[in-house]
Unconditional design. Structure first.
Length: 123
């Protein structure tokens, strides 16, 4: 799977809805080659991209962990906290959790090789 960049935009819900309406009508306002995630405020962005979650996103492509437990060991963090963060990031679509092996162990896999934060979208 070829990795690409993800764009995170901080924008009001009304602007997100307007952008979706345009996209449904065939007038996409964002580059179709990039995934876009929108958040409602800078506070939400800070929670989504906390230092611990950013570390996970940065280290998965380097470490190539075979499981969430292996990732937690490599990061020297508690399994439960890493698991919570990994599931959250997977729910956002920033990483993929692929079941592998007989036991269907969830393997965290990077979906993007970079994150761009749109500072102007909140205006």
């Amino acid at each position: 799977m070829k990795l690409k960049r993800v764009r995170i935009a901080v924008e009001q819900l009304s602007r997100t809805n307007a952008r979706w309406k345009k996209a449904i009508e065939g007038e996409s306002v964002f580059d179709s080659k990039r995934a876009v995630i929108t958040v409602a405020s800078w506070e939400v962005l800070g929670k989504v991209l906390s230092p611990r979650r950013l570390e996970i996103l940065a280290r998965i492509p380097v470490l190539k962990p075979k499981s969430i437990a292996a990732l937690a060991r490599d990061l020297q963090r508690d399994f439960k906290n890493v698991h919570t963060d990994v599931v959250f990031l997977a729910d956002l679509g920033l990483i993929e959790l692929r079941p592998e092996g007989k036991r269907k162990t969830l393997v965290p896999i990077a979906r993007f090789d970079g994150i761009e934060v749109d500072l102007g979208a909140a205006a």
